[in-house]
Design a protein around this ligand. Structure first.
Ligand SMILES: *Cc1c(COP(=O)(O)O)cnc(C)c1O
Length: 398
């Protein structure tokens, strides 16, 4: 594997590297032999998602030196975030997945302390025990909803949904990114929730940017909405945001840490993370989204242009419609004309110096058409040129 001569100089001139060099300290990742990489993928949890705003780290550092009553901080941070995004209530959770559990629990137990102790053992208690979801919205994260002991009831049409509703129905669940795949729109679902007096819950974990999405699903009438704190928001990775109706947020808080004997006791959020996510929301709303977008477009073009003169490949810049709504580069080729698999490109980029990770999802290796996707929004200053040069090298040397 050839290393890239260009890479060293570009990295050294980047803001981050300069800052790191001026602060002598332990090189923990080197000591541990854990290899950092350039993130040309996106906010993938396994790839440590996004980097926190420096202001978030300042808040974490600030909070780490003082004791405060945790409940008071939880109240105050929730109130401030709720005002910022235009929600009745808000709370910081230990991730969007935790918010799915706590929000669903809130709809099941309300503020009944006996029920809060007994969930997820719902049988014979009078607690609601079903969540209705569109078949096309089933996903890995619904395990966080099922943690409450409920049964998922799948429907496809409005008629089926209305037939499925009964006095055991706790919530109507909605996965925002799956909206185009389902027959029931967000508007229809919230209208049905209101008609039958059943809370609606939107999983919006990965739909930032754009900024408007922070309030979009509340405005559409969802009673609960969750966002991941460590993806687009750039807060601590182990935080999430639960927004929605005040009484539901209060019930979710009762189901959460630090309260013992609750379903959420293991979903602890410390004072540093609470403050950190609050500052991340502030920063997210304050940032120059227009400038950010033009920079992303520029980067996508740099990457796409680096290989556009290779006759055997097709390059395209696209923007996914709901989740990960950012310029993304797609490169496709026919295995008959370019003897290289997508998997091999991914491996070579990972093995190089510096290591580069691109979008993990892959087309089947055996397929005649090979495809790689490159996400540019988590790149740090200067890194796009490294990615473009290295990609060109891998593709041209094949
Ligand atoms: C990432 C994600 C989650 C989980 O978010 P965490 O903050 O990592 O707990 C839930 N739902 C969807 C759709 C996601 O993309």
């Amino acid at each position: 594997m050839s290393s890239l001569p260009l890479a060293g100089s570009v990295i050294a001139s980047s803001e981050m590297a300069t800052e790191a060099a001026s602060k002598p300290g332990r090189d923990f990742f080197k000591e541990l032999n854990v290899r950092p990489f350039i993130n040309a993928a996106g906010t993938y949890t396994m790839l440590t998602a996004s980097l926190m705003w420096p202001e978030v780290m300042d808040a974490i550092d600030y909070a780490s030196k003082v004791f405060v009553p945790l409940g008071d901080l939880h109240d105050a941070v929730g109130k401030h975030i709720a005002e910022l995004v235009g929600s009745e209530g808000a709370m910081v959770t230990s991730g969007a997945a935790a918010a799915l559990t706590l929000g669903t629990a809130a709809c099941i137990t309300g503020k009944n302390s006996d029920w809060i102790r007994r969930i997820p053992d719902l049988a014979g208690t009078g607690m609601k025990s079903e969540v209705i979801i569109q078949k096309s919205h089933r996903y890995g994260y619904d395990h966080a909803v099922r943690n409450c002991g409920i049964k998922m009831v799948e429907v496809e049409t409005v008629e089926e949904l209305e037939r499925a509703i009964n006095d055991r129905t706790a919530t109507l669940h909605f996965f925002c990114d799956a909206e185009p795949k389902g027959k029931i729109s967000a508007e229809q679902l919230t209208a049905l929730g209101k008609k039958h007096n059943i809370p609606t819950f939107a999983d919006a974990a990965d739909v930032l940017p754009p900024t408007e999405h922070l309030s979009k699903y509340l405005k559409l009438g969802f009673d609960l909405v969750t966002f991941s704190g460590g993806k687009g928001l750039r807060g601590p990775q182990s935080t999430g945001l639960l927004l929605g109706k005040k009484h539901l947020i209060e019930a979710a808080r009762m189901n959460a840490s630090p309260n013992g004997d609750t379903i959420g006791r293991g979903m602890k959020v410390n004072k540093e993370e609470m403050l950190g996510l609050m500052v991340a929301v502030e920063m997210y709303l304050k940032r120059d989204a227009k400038a950010e977008w033009s920079e992303w477009e520029r980067r996508a073009k740099v990457v796409a242009d680096s290989v556009k003169d290779v006759a055997t490949i097709k390059t395209e810049i696209y923007v996914p419609p709901i989740a990960n709504h950012v310029p993304t580069v797609r490169i496709k080729w026919d295995k008959a004309t370019l003897n290289l698999t997508a998997d091999a490109v991914r491996k070579q980029l990972r093995a190089g110096t510096p290591a580069i990770e691109i979008v993990p999802a892959s087309s089947p290796v055996a397929s005649a058409t090979q495809e790689i996707n490159i996400g540019i929004w988590q790149l740090q200053p200067g890194e796009v040129d490294v990615v473009a040069a290295r990609l060109k090298e891998v593709i041209k040397n094949s």
